[in-house]
Design a protein around this ligand. Sequence first.
Ligand SMILES: C[S@@+](CC[C@H](N)C(=O)[O-])C[C@H]1O[C@@H](n2cnc3c(N)ncnc32)[C@H](O)[C@@H]1O
Length: 246
Amino acid sequence: MEVESTERMKKVHVKPINIWEDFFKDKTHGGHRYSTEEFLALEAREKLFHLDGGKTLLDFGCGSAELLTYYAPKYEKLVGVDFSPSMLREADKRIKEKGCNNIDLILANHETLWDHLQFPFDRITAAGVIQYLTFQEIDAFIANASKYLNPDGKIVFFDVLDPRLYPLWKLGLFAPKAGVLKALYRIWCDLWYSISATLKNRPRNIYGFSHNPYKLQEIANKHGFEMRYVQSMYYEYKYHAIMFRT
Ligand SMILES: C[S@@+](CC[C@H](N)C(=O)[O-])C[C@H]1O[C@@H](n2cnc3c(N)ncnc32)[C@H](O)[C@@H]1O
């Protein structure tokens, strides 16, 4: 896998580790509900409210820096990490356009990133990324993150798929014109996509795994963190997990 290196981009990972890395290798946007700057600014504002300060921030799975560039004015130093070369190329472009000179980018995954960090962080965050990790990978991620987190730091996972609400969203129950026929049609489409994705050995959709908040809470507690979870403001079927040391 080749990526054009720039000064801000550090390449520490080259071998694809799973289907998600393959899926994202040529993607250029994070799949927000709306891709307008107006909406991204609103989303970032909600996230900044939950991040609640700190001077240094690590954004794991930063994508094309659609949120990271909005975090930049509020932090002294930020690092964005992603395993997708195309996403990081877009991020680099966007960072230049927005004139954010306090952001570094690292091409790495949840396992390889840790050895390449040069300082600890006040905030370690991920928006719309945890769904691509299994519980075992999340467990290892939190264990590693706790070593790179300053004493009063927080780990904040934004927009985790809620297994209790995600199926309802898939049935279209949050859509403006929900109905039984539409729900049945969606079930049929979902089944069809699943079969065709399995045959082609590709992920079913961009969404990945849903994770029960109480299971995440157990993992957080195991590593010495309290965890609060709150409903995502802009995505009805997602929640944010906010972890801090007791
Ligand atoms: C849905 S996008 C969200 C991007 C960004 N956080 C945002 O909100 O705009 C998910 C991103 O996570 C990255 N990603 C997923 N799993 C990852 C992993 N294990 N290691 C590094 N990056 C990962 C993908 O490449 C993609 O850029």
